[in-house]
Structure formats: structure tokens, C-alpha cells
Design a protein around this ligand. Structure first.
Ligand SMILES: Cc1cc2nc3c(=O)[nH]c(=O)nc-3n(C[C@H](O)[C@H](O)[C@H](O)COP(=O)(O)OP(=O)(O)OC[C@H]3O[C@@H](n4cnc5c(N)ncnc54)[C@H](O)[C@@H]3O)c2cc1C
Length: 585
């Protein structure tokens, strides 16, 4: 009998690790399904779950190998065709389009056709993000935003013309949307935009100017902010226009300077584009910026957070399963307390982000319905306005940290591109932090909204509601911390200079307390009982890490048990007696 070499044993463990990763994503994610079950019922829930189950399996079996293939090849700009005609074509690996067909067919975009199906979209986007499929998620997000813009605008003729193509499930026939706001002189400072819109006299406009960041540069329809002649300076004078890529089969008055060489989301083409008299349909001449923010950017900020939660889920799944299969010093590394602590942190962050983002999803449905004239609770719409920005800030910052922790658990292997998707997810998560509003800009937006719209009372009331006592000390501690925070936030709102320096930190704490409350509340909900221990332990860990200034884990004799409680059923693989945990120097 031949003896198995140490290298072969280690390689077998790595193979066992890959096969331990779930191949039925929805079934393997009870926290997600419990959240959907708490919010929906009847045939809507049944349809969502059946579709999600099928899609989750297809993501693993069909999309994952396609992503692995097309991620190796960046999109390529082909400005001219063989006969010297300007085409501005962007060439992708065939696998990119095959993956797109799976996502579109599942209804990732089609669900946006009617207001109020946000849970369906969020569930599919989350499952797709598990595979890190950011190439198409960006396009799906922009297309969803464009559908909402058209659903909500007065430009009925344009809407009727383009909505069927935007909402189809057929990727081959689909029109895909993009949003071009940013110019080189300012992304956050949108009021500095200089692109011009000149009336053509027939109801259409001609757009000229430069757009500096144009993601989904291969889209069929671009939603653009540009300034009509004689319009006011700043954001007030910006109109919102729809620019088709082609007019009568020819490129519509634009040229792509180059594709950006990006840190992350590389499978999707982002370009610098010059417009020179491109035909444009006016969507909103007055209030163009407002429509862009409420229908497009708020959609992107919500789905951006959903994507981040999917990234976190994947990073945690990779790290947790790896830790149960990888051995060092004679034991599975999950047995080391420091590895357990990293895993528990990752899980707590993921669960917190999942819960706040699913709460946002319920508000997104309400805001979407409100925008199409349906009667809703106005407080929900106001709280949505707060949470869509605050949640994106906290969740996108947290996602990068979670992926980094995952890479640490995988050790040197974690830094290797062909070993796991974590290097790609790290790059993508950093990009997620920058686009759709940087952290500072989101914090400033929230500060302005609280002052101008007087939302502070509502926000604190909503956070307090989640902290109703459930017999667990964390909710009492969180309620006390929230009381103290109220004064700090009030000072930030009253004193501009103080607020400009400190509000972001205070806001982050408020969102963390909200997440603590949501986790504790979920633990109380009937369906979550089997996992209520995990949820409460995650809430307590989150509170200690982000809010409690007096937390001293080293003095807490029950800390190891708390870490084990966060890991819950996931930690069944923990074997090991204590051994020497000292690693190599
Ligand atoms: C890969 C990628 C794709 C993108 N795709 C698109 C796209 O398709 N369409 C599009 O329109 N844009 C796109 N963007 C642009 C993105 O939205 C902007 O980069 C973002 O809005 C920030 O703008 P900026 O880069 O000009 O940064 P700046 O506005 O120059 O900000 C630089 C720094 O200053 C800080 N800052 C700015 N103002 C303030 C303030 N008032 N208070 C405190 N701090 C402040 C910011 O937080 C940031 O840290 C993309 C970006 C990336 C990275």
C-alpha cells in the first residue's frame, strides 16, 4: 500500500474545502430566507423562493464557471470597424454574455417593471453577488434605476418606447441602461457639471461635453445630466436626458476616449466619453437632478449595499469552510481561538449588513410605490431617505473589512487569484465604497437631510423601536448608548463646524445601533428561534466592536462562549483540544 504524502493530504483537504461550499445558495442561507418569510407571504413568497432556489443553483453551476472564464479577459474597445466606420464597440468574452443571459432570464431586471418588487430583486442580486458577478450587477442596477426614472417621469412617449426593451427577460433583446453624471471637475460636486444640452427645435436636444466615469459603456441607453442653455448654475439647472447609443444604426454623436484601467469590477467596461451633438430625449428639464437622485442614485445605493452583503456572505462561506478543512499544528485551524474570533467578526458584520439592507429593501418598496402615486406611510418614505444613504456608507465600509478578514483566514492562499474569488471581491468592494457616493458625501447628505427635513426625531424613534427590551442586556445597553448619541448628533446638526468633523462617526454609531436592534428583534421573531442565539450573540459582538467605549473583551470570562455562539451551527466542525498555537515567526 502506498503511503499518502503530506502534500497529497493537504491537497485533498483543499479539494474537500471546495466541495464543502454550498451548491444550493438559497437553501444554504436560512438567515436570508427567514428575512424574506418575515416580510412576504402567500404566492408572492412562494414564487420568490422557488425562483431564488433555482437561480441560486444556477449561479453555482452555470454562472461561476463563466465568471472564472471571462474574469481573465478585460473588455476591449474597438472604436472603428473594418471599413473605417466609427462603431465604439466594446468586445467582451462570450462567457460574459452567457452569464448575463442567466441573470436577465431569472428576472433580476424584469422585476423592476412594476413598482414594489424589491425583495425579488434584492434576493437575486444578493445571490448573484455571492459569485462576485459585478460585471452584470452594475448594468442591472443602472437598468433598474432607468426603468424607475421612466416609470416616474412625465416623458410618457419615451417611456412607452423604451420600457418594454428595458424590462424584458431576454438578454439578447434587452436594452441595458447606464447613468453618466460624473465629469472630470467633480463627481461629488455634481453642480459643477458643464455638459451642455441644446434644444434642437423638434422636442429633442443635442448633448455636448465630456463624461469622466461612464460604467456600462456598452449600454443601449445612457441617462445623462446636462445643462440646458440659460439654465441656472449648480444642480438646480441640470436637466435629465436619455441618449440612445445608436440612431438609425449609427453611433449617436459620441466617442469613447478609452476604457478605464480599474482596480475592481473589471469585467464591466467603464469609459471616458466625449459627446458632440448626441441626440437626446428630455426626461426632466426642471428637477433633473432630483429625479436622478431619487430614482437612479437611491436605487444604486440600495443595490450597491445588496451586492456588498452578497460579497460578505461569500467571504464568510469561503473562510468558514476553509477553516474547517485547513490544518495547522495538528488541528483544523477553526480550532484556534483567534481564527474563531475573525470568523465571528465576519459573520456578525454580514448578518448586520443583511438585516439593515433587508430593512432598507422593505422601505425601497414603499418609496417606489410612493413615487408612482400609491398611498403609503410618509414616515416610511422619510426613513428610507435616511437609511438609503446611511446604510450604504456603513455596509460598503464593512464589506471591505470582511473580505480582508477572509483573506487573512485563508493565509497566503487568500492572496492568490486562482485559489478563491476573495482577491477579486476585495478589489470590487473597494470600488463599491467609492461609487454612488463616497462615505463623506453620504454622511454630509444625511446631515443636510436631517436638518432641512427635520428627520432626526423620526430616525431616533425608528431605531428605538427595534430596541424594545427582549430580556437581553445588549438591547438595554444599546438603548442607553442611543440616548447618549442623541445629544452628540444634535450638536453636529446645530454646530456646522463641529458636525462637519464629527457627524460621520456619530452617524455610523447610529446605524450600528440600528443593526444591533434589528438583529435582536429578529432573534425574537418566531421563525428565527433556532438561530436566535446566533443573532443575539452577533448583536452583542457588533455593539462591543463599534459602539461600546467601555467594552473590555479581555475581562469578559464568557467571551469565548460568545464567539462560539455567533458561529452557532456553522462551528460544528470545531474539533480540537488546546495545543501550542504559536505559529512560525
Ligand atoms: C469604477 C468606477 C465606476 C464609476 N462609474 C460611474 C458611472 O457610471 N457614472 C457616474 O456618473 N459616475 C461613476 N463613477 C464615479 C463616482 O460616482 C465618483 O468617483 C464619486 O461620485 C466620487 O466623485 P469623485 O471621484 O470626483 O471624487 P471627489 O468628489 O473629488 O471626492 C474626493 C474625496 O473628497 C471627499 N469629498 C468631496 N466632497 C466632500 C464634502 N463636501 N465633504 C467631505 N468630503 C468631501 C470625497 O468623499 C472623497 O473622499 C465611477 C467611479 C468608479 C471608481
Amino acid at each position: 500500500m502506498t503511503e499518502t504524502s503530506p502534500a497529497e493530504t493537504a491537497r485533498s483537504a483543499l479539494e474537500a474545502w471546495r466541495s464543502a461550499l454550498p451548491d444550493d445558495l438559497y437553501a444554504a442561507d436560512p438567515h436570508l430566507s427567514e428575512l424574506n418569510r418575515r416580510s412576504l407571504s402567500g404566492t408572492r413568497l412562494a414564487d420568490l423562493e422557488a425562483n431564488a432556489a433555482e437561480f441560486g443553483r444556477r449561479v453555482v453551476r452555470v454562472v461561476a464557471p463563466l465568471v472564472a472564464s471571462f474574469e481573465k479577459r478585460d473588455p476591449v474597445l474597438e472604436s472603428w470597424d473594418g471599413r473605417g466606420r466609427r462603431v465604439e464597440h466594446i468586445d467582451f468574452d462570450a462567457a460574459y454574455h452567457e452569464a448575463g443571459a442567466v441573470l436577465w432570464e431569472a428576472g433580476l431586471v424584469a422585476n423592476a417593471a412594476v413598482a414594489g418588487y424589491s425583495f425579488e430583486q434584492a434576493t437575486l442580486a444578493y445571490l448573484a453577488a455571492y459569485e462576485g458577478e459585478m460585471g452584470h450587477l452594475c448594468a442591472a442596477t443602472c437598468t433598474t434605476g432607468l426603468i424607475r426614472v421612466l416609470r416616474r417621469s412625465d416623458a410618457q412617449e419615451v417611456a412607452e418606447r423604451f420600457l418594454p426593451g428595458l424590462t424584458t427577460r431576454s438578454y439578447l433583446r434587452a436594452l441595458r441602461g447606464a447613468q453618466f453624471i460624473t465629469e472630470v471637475q467633480g463627481g461629488s460636486d455634481v453642480g459643477a457639471n458643464a455638459a451642455k444640452a441644446v434644444a434642437a427645435g423638434d422636442g429633442t436636444y443635442r448633448i455636448s461635453g465630456e463624461k469622466w466615469f461612464c460604467s456600462v459603456a456598452d449600454a443601449d441607453l445612457f441617462l445623462i445630466l446636462a445643462r440646458p442653455e440659460d439654465a441656472a448654475a449648480g444642480t438646480a439647472g441640470l436637466g435629465c436626458f436619455l441618449v440612445p447609443r445608436l440612431v438609425d444604426g449609427a453611433v449617436n454623436g459620441f466617442s469613447i476616449r478609452r476604457l478605464k484601467d480599474k482596480l475592481g469590477t473589471r469585467s464591466m467596461a467603464s469609459a471616458e466619453i466625449d459627446f458632440d451633438g448626441a441626440l437626446a430625449h428630455p426626461i426632466a428639464l426642471d428637477g433633473g437632478f432630483r429625479l436622478m437622485v431619487t430614482a437612479m442614485l437611491n436605487t444604486s445605493r440600495w443595490l450597491n449595499a445588496v451586492g456588498d452583503v452578497g460579497i460578505m456572505r461569500r467571504a464568510y462561506a469561503e473562510a468558514m469552510t476553509y477553516a474547517t478543512h485547513r490544518r495547522a499544528f495538528g488541528r483544523a485551524i477553526v480550532g484556534f481561538p483567534l481564527v474563531q474570533r475573525s470568523l465571528a467578526r465576519m459573520k456578525a458584520e454580514w448578518l448586520a449588513a443583511l438585516h439593515s439592507t433587508w430593512h432598507l429593501t422593505s422601505l425601497d418598496e414603499v418609496a417606489d410605490r410612493a413615487a408612482t402615486g400609491q398611498e403609503v406611510d410618509a414616515d416610511d418614505v422619510d426613513f428610507h431617505r435616511f437609511l438609503v444613504n446611511a446604510n450604504k456608507l456603513v455596509v460598503s465600509e464593512s464589506a471591505t473589512g470582511v473580505v480582508r478578514l477572509g483573506i487573512e483566514v485563508l493565509g497566503g492562499n487568500g492572496a492568490i487569484e486562482s485559489f478563491s474569488p476573495l482577491p477579486r471581491l476585495l478589489r470590487d468592494s473597494v470600488v463599491f465604497e467609492q461609487w454612488e457616493g463616497t462615505h463623506n458625501v453620504l454622511a454630509e447628505q444625511v446631515r443636510r437631510d436631517l436638518v432641512r427635513l427635520g428627520l432626526t426625531g423620526l430616525v431616533f424613534d425608528r431605531i428605538r423601536r427595534t430596541l424594545k427590551t427582549n430580556g437581553h442586556p445588549v438591547t438595554d445597553r444599546a438603548a442607553a448608548a442611543l440616548n447618549a448619541l442623541e445629544a452628540g448628533i444634535a450638536r453636529c446638526l446645530d454646530d456646522d463646524a463641529h458636525g462637519a468633523m464629527h457627524f460621520r462617526d456619530e452617524l455610523t454609531k447610529a446605524v450600528r445601533i440600528f443593526q444591533v436592534g434589528l438583529l435582536a428583534d429578529a432573534a425574537r421573531a418566531a421563525e428565527a428561534r433556532t438561530r436566535s442565539g446566533e443573532l443575539l450573540a452577533a448583536a452583542a459582538l457588533l455593539f462591543d466592536e463599534h459602539v461600546a467605549t467601555d467594552a473590555r473583551p479581555a475581562d469578559d470570562a464568557g467571551f469565548a462562549a460568545r464567539i462560539a455562539a455567533v458561529l452557532g451551527e456553522d462551528s460544528t466542525g470545531i474539533d480540537t483540544p488546546a495545543t501550542d498555537a504559536a505559529g512560525p515567526g
